[in-house]
Write a protein that binds this ligand. Structure first.
Ligand SMILES: C[S@@+](CC[C@H](N)C(=O)[O-])C[C@H]1O[C@@H](n2cnc3c(N)ncnc32)[C@H](O)[C@@H]1O
Length: 267
């Protein structure tokens, strides 16, 4: 009987993509759903290549072709100038540590916390053998930031992570992070932007075109997001927006937030 009811429901639900059970689970148990999804997609550790090599690295070149972004330019212009002595940094979602390594290689006098849903510390330490205590790995499978003291981070950044997160999760994460950031602190984060993706081309960005028709399907891994939505989320989480898009990507956006800074929106 239960099977029959489920099949009937699934038939009705099918036009919106996925089964009823998949939808209900993703909606009601968002954290468990995301944990499973991230494990499935990135459990072996996502690698963006050697950032400092720029387009000489095949993975960096591949990402450049898909997104129009050169990670070395992003690192040199957005991250490197913020690696000041004695600072405490946070990287959200390091994966296999492409950005982590680039930071640690140029940040001899400071501490880099990295937080990931997955237990990837061993992979990151293999890649950054001399990191020692400058690197602090935290695994949180629930966007829990309560283990960090308030006003800890001078600068937080994230690439290739928020592009995959549901808006609800982005809101939770930014709200919990807010008190952990210092006065005057900054956040730089990469997010998906379907308006830009439409212009750049879905095939070129290697994002499946069926996502367009079923943006809420639980298996969609490129979040339907926009500058307007990130503006709403950022402001309601207590941040000052410096820029909704610093450029750098043709297919997505880079958000620049400040904590209690000036309230100038560049774009
Ligand atoms: C595509 S990989 C990107 C890795 C790396 N930042 C890069 O650009 O090479 C996404 C990573 O984010 C992690 N992740 C996903 N959701 C997260 C969350 N809410 N908090 C922390 N890490 C998360 C995943 O486990 C995965 O390791």
């Amino acid at each position: 009987m239960l099977k029959f009811v489920r099949r009937r429901f699934d038939k009705i639900w099918r036009p919106t993509g996925g089964t009823l059970v998949q939808h209900m689970r993703a909606r009601l148990l968002i954290n468990a759903h995301m944990q499973e999804k991230m494990q499935r997609m990135f459990g072996s550790g996502y690698d963006s290549g050697e950032i400092e090599k720029g387009l000489d690295d095949p993975l960096i070149l591949q990402e450049f072709r898909c997104t129009g972004a050169n990670y070395k330019v992003i690192f040199d212009e957005l991250i490197r100038p913020r690696l000041l002595a004695s600072r405490t940094l946070l990287e959200i979602g390091p994966g296999r540590g492409s950005w982590t390594k680039a930071v640690l290689d140029t940040f001899p006098d400071g501490t880099l916390y990295v937080i990931d849903r997955l237990p990837l510390e061993h992979m990151i330490r293999l890649r950054c053998p001399s990191a020692g205590d400058r690197l602090r790995f935290v695994q949180s499978n629930s966007n829990d930031y309560s283990m960090f003291p308030n006003n800890l981070f001078d600068f937080a950044f994230s690439f290739g992570v928020f592009v995959h997160l549901p808006l609800r999760e982005i809101k939770t994460l930014l709200t919990r992070l807010r008190p952990k950031m210092c006065h005057g602190g900054e956040i730089i984060l990469h997010y998906s932007n379907w308006d830009k993706l439409d212009k750049w081309g879905w095939e070129r960005a290697r994002v499946p075109t069926w996502f367009r028709d079923y943006p809420n399907h639980p298996e969609v891994w490129w979040t339907k997001n926009s500058s307007e939505k990130m503006k709403r989320i950022s402001e309601s989480s207590g941040y000052t927006i410096v820029s909704l898009d610093l450029g750098y990507f043709q297919s997505c956006s880079v958000l620049h937030l400040k904590i209690n800074g000036t309230n100038t929106i560049e774009s």
